[in-house]
Design a protein around this ligand. Structure first.
Ligand code: PLP
Length: 282
């Protein structure tokens, strides 16, 4: 075997993932965070750009959504050339783009992780109101995994989620009733820890990790869904999906927790997690 062939085996050439997401020029969130997470997990990354933000760690100054046909052409270009093993979506801008992407994804055989990004960490809206309905009715029913945080879950369910565990688990079930195969609800602080609820067709489980008091969490949501997508891309295609997903989710939560813990201060505002620490252990 030549040296090049040998290397190709080590780097799992078929582990390919695609993100359909917005651009954050400061590199902390959006498609930049996704590509870093793919790379960090040993996965070949591709990106279809949906919108462009002007932002840094101090705030978002502008959001410009690309046209549906431009997004569609990017998608076709990569899908007909380098088919991915797993796909994730991030910020999708508006209802017509969500509908376009749902149509694009309808024929894909690979798992799709939908991260229903709605606002930036600075509170700037990254999608319009009609988009919530499009998510609910068109894209989410196609998702293999839906990964909302508490705010996004409340918008999708059109109700507040209480701070007790029972209501959290009920909300996870209601989200799964929207049609995705599985849901990871990132519930935020619960009894001093960072709480998540994961539900598949058979069971519901809670996963909590240590909470780090820090403002350096920009891109944590993107990096989590991208790390999960990476693990799906790495898994053998014939492996049972629900157990693969559970392992991917548990790995992703631990890896992002680690990357939050080791985030230095990038920039003068709410900085990003350290994507180079997206792994488990030292
Ligand atoms: N995508 C883009 C383009 C963004 O600008 C942001 C946040 O600013 C996000 C996604 C979501 O980031 P997070 O992972 O911090 O929720």
């Amino acid at each position: 075997m030549s040296e090049n062939q040998d290397r190709a085996v080590t780097i799992a050439p078929h582990a390919i993932a695609l993100t359909i997401a917005g651009s954050d020029p400061s590199g902390g969130a959006g498609l930049q965070a996704d590509l870093k997470a793919f790379q960090q997990n040993g996965v070949y990354g591709m990106s279809v750009v949906t919108l462009i933000t002007v932002q840094n760690t101090l705030g978002v100054d502008r959001v410009e959504v690309l046209s549906a046909d431009l997004v569609n052409e990017q998608f076709d270009a990569v899908m007909t050339d380098i088919p991915p093993r797993a796909i994730k979506t991030g910020a999708l801008g508006n209802a017509s783009l969500i509908a376009e992407i749902a149509a694009c994804l309808a024929g894909t055989p690979c798992p799709v992780v939908v991260d229903p990004v709605m606002i930036s960490k600075h509170g700037v809206t990254l999608i319009d109101d009609a988009a919530i309905q499009a998510y609910r009715e068109i894209l989410i029913p196609q998702a293999t995994l839906l990964t909302p945080n508490r705010f996004e879950a409340e918008r999708l369910l059109d109700r507040e989620i209480g701070t007790d565990l029972d209501d959290l688990l009920r909300a996870a079930e209601e989200l799964r009733d929207l049609g995705p195969a599985m849901v990871l609800l990132k519930a935020g602080e619960f009894e001093g820890e960072q709480m998540h609820a994961f539900i598949d067709s058979a069971e519901i489980l809670t996963i909590s990790v240590a909470r780090h008091e820090t403002t350096q969490t920009h891109g944590a949501g993107c990096s989590l869904s991208a790390t999960i997508t990476s693990q799906l891309a790495l898994a053998p295609p014939d492996q049972e999906m629900e157990s693969t997903m559970r392992a991917a989710v548990e790995f992703g939560i631990a890896a992002v927790n680690h990357a939050i813990h080791f985030a230095p201060q990038y920039g003068r505002g709410s900085g990003p997690i350290e994507s180079r620490m997206l792994h488990i252990g030292d």
